[in-house]
Design a protein. Sequence first.
Length: 364
Amino acid sequence: MKRRKFIVGAGVGMAAAPLAAPAIAQGVIRWRLASSFPKSLDTIYGAAEVLAKRVQESSGGKFEIRVFAAGEIVPGLQVLDAVQAGTVECGHTANYYYVGKDPTFAFDTAVPFGLNSRQQTAWMIAGGGQQLMTELFKAYNVVALPAGNTGCQMGGWFRKEIKEVGDLQGVKMRIGGFAGQVLTKLGLVPQQLAAGDIYPALEKGTIDAAEWVGPYDDEKLGFNKVAPFYYYPGWWEGGPQLSAIVNDKAWDSLSADNKSLFISASWEAHAVMQARYDAQNPAALRRLIAGGTKLRAFSPDVMRACLNAANELYEETSAKNPLFKKVYESWRGFRNNQIDWFKVAEYHFDIFMNQNATVTRRRT
Ligand code: CA
């Protein structure tokens, strides 16, 4: 009841402004949302369902969004194209899938050796990220809103161990986003595959390695059955963001009330996705290890070689792409400030808690 009252109140408050689309406001709005993800992943696919459910409930059934899984009406890696063309009104995707169109898309999701989950959200909301990215999304006729994060990812599943930089040579790996271009510099052969296509490729041997997200999803996708070594960290995805994207004409057709609803629902999806991953990963990791998965950390030498290759790529890309350069320079300054702050309280708190894990678990 209270929520209804609030929405009615908000509508009255905005009555002075002209209604964007009074004809639509009187009927039921029915939108289609194309997700880049399969239904089996209740975390990442589930975020779009959280968004749709909230919009439907809060509008009293006047604004319906039907969610379609990857491949149902749009292939998982073509959600941006479908939303840009207006084939569907909106989508839920990782915008770094589109770095082939413009590498600047990576900043909306994750850039190697970049921000953790909280820092990504901070950059977006309070660090100028959303404004900076608007120029790019406008050029593709979409409005983008943060709508999920996985937290720091794992480094993926390998058939053989990666002990030194040379071991990356010739490895065919499914890897998301801009990281593929970093690893190409070290001889790895990257492939971008949608979630549902990874397992068959790994099983058949079309690829030698694959990363997706982390224990909870990776266990569901079955990677542990075909590759024994599970590496960490996913240095290319310290806190990758998922986004809701909306065709700009569809967005403009919404009333101010419905725009506000959609924005709020996206933020709910943003928080719920991260919460589900954080809550469900520990048990999944324990099950994987009990089942024979061998955990391995990337060595500092491998990580440093990747960091150097990443920095080289950022300089090369900045020289060719002025928008990338503009976003990168702001993003890099923000990241460096975040490192300076997080290394004080957060880092020391985390280190202490980890070093004293046995004490924290002891019952007194
Ligand atoms: Ca990933």
